[in-house]
Design a protein around this ligand. Structure first.
Ligand code: ARG
Length: 607
């Protein structure tokens, strides 16, 4: 409906200029006549769109609102482009104008979707001459997942991974070139103690390739930390190791590599299971730029020396005690911070190639707890003039994952949950549900079918449960809810697809090529209109970066489809209704599949 609503808006603007010439408008009238004039109808029985400006305008120009509405309508009816798309506008109540799209336009939109893999969603065209001339690029960076080496990849990272991947998919689909960056925490003082511990426990690893598998890096980290906290000598050795590492000492670098590789392997297992593609570019990558960052900030007079540390104080940034809170760019011992690396990263990412990535939009997907970090970093980057006018940097925050008790998600014995266990349990439970259902339905299926369905449903349920929440709020993790066949869940959407695949198995040809599509029933029209909303929804996700909008849409679509399926015959209908309804089934299936693929969720034909 994006294109249609644009055309309607243009027609409306043409009409308004006729009725209220620009030079005669008061400032107030101008503001009324330039703000969002066309809005979606508040109820389906009002049609598709509504124009409400007559009411706001009435006071200002001292005319009855219905009379104003009448003038606008008469003018619209002289507009050929408008008449091609819309039925006669209706004036309702005190002066609302209701618009409904005519049958011919709706049906031609349906034909378009039958033959278009993109289902009517436009591909961004970045090739306009002007943009080429300005060397404007279409590159976006999504910084997501980003766990820390040798530490646990926790549920927060899982959220970042799932949300970030889905945003990257939507932006790729819109036509942007997306760099999916894994900003892993692979640098910092903790490597001193890790390397010292490694050298002591498995010294042979430093000289012989692949002799060691640190099966439990998290435990390894704990041991190292314990020794660091308890043993003065170990502590000193660790500090030396940091210095060695930063100086590029070969043995320390080998040990560091080893630790990173080990973590990488563990992370990759999760990414493979979730079908996530990422390019690793960790904190260590920005090392070589940190000194320049400090120098540039210094030369721009932004740094303040606070007890030996180089800091920046920003307006609006206060600590828990209410006092101004500095952002430390360089510690008094010369060490750099998380923020320093992020400043170098912003600069690099926005600098044109070959010296940087040359992206125009940077998106950071992390928990809301890091909001003030990004607020600070973005502000500093702005003060330093590192963010060009036509570029955008955004933090995409998300809330905590909680257990059903509303507290932090833990195992029964109170430990943090490992991500692999979470995925395994979802799949296991999906398998139990499926086995029960097969029994009640008296079906028998082979082992490979059962495994394939439960893996798909388990992973789909976890991802969908996360994405369907407004990411900003905390979200309660519940296996029962996410696996339920009822409600806004992955299984519910998957089931709608299975129903449609079933229609095809029963002989309904979903490859509709008929040129005689007709609709008569209200259930058909409701579904048609729902199907046509897809492009607007995707445009919204692209802008607002809220995948739950897409989930909400797919849920409504599935509900609308199920009503249609339950209330009117499809295969038993006579022609041309039968084929026309099959066309709706086919577009519904394609829409859900496309939507799910943009969420990074696998689908299936039978379950
Ligand atoms: N490693 C960080 C963490 O685990 C997340 C990094 C996010 N990205 C960034 N550019 N700061 O919390």
């Amino acid at each position: 409906m994006l294109e249609i609503s644009t055309k309607l808006e243009e027609a409306l603007n043409r009409a308004l200029v006729q009725v209220f010439p620009k030079e005669d408008r008061s400032p107030k009238a101008t503001s009324i006549l330039t703000s969002a004039l066309l809005v979606p109808a508040s109820k389906p029985e009002f049609g598709d769109f509504q124009i409400n400006c007559a009411l706001a305008l009435a006071k200002e120009i001292k005319q009855p609102p219905r009379q104003i509405a009448q003038q606008i309508v008469s003018q619209l009816q002289k507009d050929n482009d408008f008449l091609k798309i819309c039925n006669t506008p209706m004036i309702a109540g005190p002066g609302f104008i209701n618009l409904s799209i005519n049958t011919k336009t709706l049906i031609s939109e349906i034909y378009i979707r039958l033959n278009d893999k993109r289902l009517g969603v436009p591909l961004k065209d970045f090739q306009t001459a002007k943009e080429k001339e300005e060397q404007k690029n279409n590159r976006v960076i999504v910084d997501f997942s980003s766990p820390n080496i040798a530490k646990e990849m926790h549920v927060g990272h899982l959220r970042s991974t799932i949300i970030g991947d889905s945003l990257a998919r939507v932006l790729e689909f819109c036509g942007y070139e997306v760099l999916r960056i894994n900003h892993v925490g692979d640098w910092g003082t903790q490597f001193g103690m890790l390397i010292t511990h490694l050298k002591e426990v498995v010294p042979e690893a430093l000289h012989t390739k692949d002799v060691v598998e640190i099966s439990d890096l998290v435990n390894f980290y704990r041991q190292a930390k314990k020794r660091f906290d308890e043993d003065q000598i170990f502590q000193n050795q660790s500090r030396n190791e940091v210095v060695n590492l930063q100086a590029g000492d070969q043995e320390s670098l080998t040990a560091w590599q080893l630790l990173c590789n080990q973590s990488r392997k563990e992370f990759q297992k999760i990414y493979d299971r979730l079908d996530i593609k990422l390019t690793e570019r960790g904190e260590s990558f920005y090392n070589k730029f940190l000194v320049d960052v400090i120098n540039e900030l210094k030369s721009k007079n932004l740094l303040i020396n606070d007890q030996g540390a180089k800091c920046i104080f920003l307006d609006g940034l206060v600590g828990k005690d209410g006092k101004p809170q500095p952002i430390i760019i360089q510690k008094s011992d010369g060490g750099f911070n998380y923020a320093t690396t992020d400043l170098a990263a912003i600069k690099y990412r926005l600098t044109k190639s070959p010296d940087g990535d040359g992206a125009f939009r940077l998106i950071y997907v992390t928990d809301a707890g890091q909001a003030s970090h990004f607020f600070g970093v973005f502000q500093i980057a702005n003060l330093a003039n590192w963010i060009p006018k036509d570029c955008q940097v955004e933090h995409v925050p998300f809330g905590l994952v909680q257990g059903e008790d509303g507290k932090k998600l833990k195992t029964r014995s109170g430990e943090t949950i490992r991500l692999v266990d979470l995925l395994d349990e979802a799949i296991q439970r999906a398998k139990e549900d499926l086995t029960d259902r097969l029994k009640t339905e008296n079906r028998s299926e082979n082992e490979s079918f059962i495994n394939q369905v439960s893996t798909t449903v388990g992973i789909a349920a976890i991802k969908y449960a996360d994405l369907s929440q407004n990411r900003v709020s905390n979200y309660q993790f519940s296996f029962d809810k996410m696996l339920s066949l009822q409600g806004n869940t992955a299984p519910y959407l998957l089931y709608a697809l299975v129903r449609i695949a079933g229609i095809s198995r029963k002989g309904g040809d979903l490859n509709v090529s008929s040129k005689n599509i007709q609709f008569n029933e209200p259930q058909e029209w409701v579904l048609v209109r729902k199907l046509l909303e897809l492009d607007c929804v995707i445009a919204e996700v692209e802008k607002e970066l809220l995948p739950n909008r897409l989930c909400g849409y797919l849920f409504e679509l599935s509900q609308t489809f199920n009503r249609f399926y339950d209330q009117i015959p499809i295969l038993k209908a006579s022609e041309p209704s039968r084929t026309s309804r099959l066309a709706l089934c086919s577009i519904t299936a394609d829409t859900i599949k496309l939507g799910m693929s943009l969420l990074g969720i696998p689908t299936l034909e039978r379950m």
